[in-house]
Design a protein. Structure first.
Length: 494
């Protein structure tokens, strides 16, 4: 069967399926640069551009395994890299790279970075290298083991935002006599405290505040309340709505080391026809599960926690964990532990509403908007899955900023069975799990033993919780079953 000829492909996708990469021989690689000098790879060519002080590091240290992962929002960015060395110089270099002074964090992360990808040899002998973008992180811990004449070094890296959890904010930004707008206050919160970070409002050409000045936002005396910087930021934002009546999410850009405050990238509450073709530019393509040579998918593991989810209106399961901790527990994205963990604050700041009586109504509007913006990333989904594919080093799966609001189409091909020596299947596509609109929650990369895989964490909107009762999974027009929760029955929407 030719790729694209599955009888139900058009029902669950708007684009041709992602096929395996073209090539005869594939070799994954990782390049790790420490302090701008030492270069370590998966082979014996570490430190090819050897500095005068490289010592015995050249060719004696190699990367054994590599993990890198993140959540789109609220989960942070982190990496774990294991190296094997025959010389002691590498240990000294890594020890130097661990930050001792927080004020040096920004400069050190610019000098410590990595990239990863594929080296592909084609049948004609040509060679192609697929690189990821350069990722800048900070070394947080180093574990060392001496065994059988070698040194095993395992380093864990975190983003700069994680360091802002280590300090408490005292005092106020602005005063009763000289109020500050929220944009300037946020810039001071992260730009005047170590490690200094630039703050971006995204999308840059469209972002605007609804309350107060469109560009600067409302004016107030913004308190620190003895909380860490990220908690302070969440509290300030919890009372805000963008010009498009949307909430905001907080992200970290590991390429530029920026803190990003992004307007909720998901469709607005009144937007219709979300699954009509052609879909918006947030679709990352179509992935076929059990598609053979027509697919780059290695495995697909959906998890349904539907009844338990609906019995907990507050967004927390009976065991007491939220979507953030659940996302961190995923085996292929466990490096997400490195980032922020607290959820959107419920409190509000005492904002000057220009002597109007609309303050309570605005707070209620902001609370609803912020809840819509963050619930997908901070509340355990009723239907979630991990899609493991052949390693994809492209920028879209390397930076959480680029994944915000993205979705993928998944077409699940049912297994065939043998009946009297004939391969048969009642239906080619699984009409519950096949859907045009799986929301991307995060991504993780793992390279070890000559293998490179990418795991995409996704969720599906379910009726009665994420979308209105009676709609099909994912929303109207996504080509799925419609569930009647009250009667416990299922009916096909196609």
């Amino acid at each position: 069967m030719a790729c694209g000829n599955f009888d139900c492909l058009s029902d669950y996708s708007c684009s041709s399926p992602n096929e395996p990469l073209d090539g005869a021989i594939f070799a994954p690689f990782v390049e790790l640069t420490i302090l701008g000098e030492q270069l370590y790879t998966v082979g014996n060519n570490s430190s090819p551009n050897e500095s005068p002080n490289a010592g015995d590091a050249s060719g004696k240290t190699a990367i054994k395994s590599f993990q890198y992962g993140f959540g789109v929002a609220s989960s942070g960015v982190g990496a774990k890299i294991e190296l094997v060395s025959e010389g002691g110089e590498s240990y000294l270099e890594f020890a130097k790279a661990i930050n001792k002074t927080i004020s040096n964090a920004v400069d050190d992360t610019k000098k410590t970075h990595f990239r990863y990808g594929w080296i592909i040899r084609k049948c004609d002998g040509s060679v192609k290298i697929d690189y990821s973008p350069q990722i800048n992180l900070m070394i947080k811990t180093m574990q060392t083991s001496y065994d059988s004449g070698t040194i095993k070094i395992t380093i864990e890296c975190i983003d700069l935002l994680a360091r802002h959890f280590e300090r408490r904010i005292e005092g106020n930004f602005g005063s009763d006599d000289e109020k500050h707008n929220i944009t300037d206050a946020i810039g001071q919160l992260f730009g005047e405290n170590d490690p200094e970070m630039n703050v971006r409002l995204e999308p840059d050409d469209e972002f605007g505040w609804k309350y107060g000045d469109k560009d600067d936002g409302p004016y107030s005396k913004w308190p620190g309340d003895q909380q860490n910087a990220v908690s302070v930021l969440r509290k300030w934002l919890s009372g805000q709505v963008t010009y498009n009546d949307k909430g905001t999410i907080i992200q970290y850009d590991p390429q530029n080391q920026d803190l990003v405050i992004r307007e909720d990238p998901k469709p607005g509450k009144n937007e219709k026809n979300l699954c009509n073709c052609p879909m918006n530019n947030r679709s990352l393509g179509t992935y076929i599960v059990n598609g053979g040579n027509c697919s780059n998918v290695l495995s697909f593991t959906p998890t349904v926690d539907w009844i338990l989810f609906n019995n907990n209106a507050g967004g927390t399961t009976g065991s007491g964990y939220t979507g953030i901790s659940d996302q961190k527990a995923a085996p292929d994205i466990e490096v997400e532990k490195a980032g922020p963990e607290d959820k959107q604050a419920n409190g509000h700041n005492d904002i000057d509403w220009s002597s109007t009586d609309s303050g309570p109504a605005k707070n209620q509007e902001a609370t609803a908007a912020q809840s819509r913006a963050n619930k997908d990333y901070e509340i355990k989904p009723g239907l979630e899955a991990e899609l493991k594919i052949m390693g994809d080093p492209s920028a879209k799966f390397a930076n959480p900023v680029l994944l915000a609001g993205s979705n993928i189409s998944i077409v699940m091909i049912n297994p065939y069975m043998v009946d009297r020596c004939t391969w048969i299947s009642d239906s080619m596509c699984n009409k519950v799990l096949s859907n045009k609109r799986w929301l991307v929650l995060g991504a993780g990369h793992q390279i070890e033993g000559g293998k490179y895989t990418t795991t995409i964490k996704v969720k599906l909107d379910i009726p009665g919780s994420d979308i209105a009762q009676g709609l099909p999974l994912g929303g109207e027009g996504c080509g799925t079953f419609t569930f009647d929760n009250d009667k416990g029955t299922v009916k096909e929407s196609l």
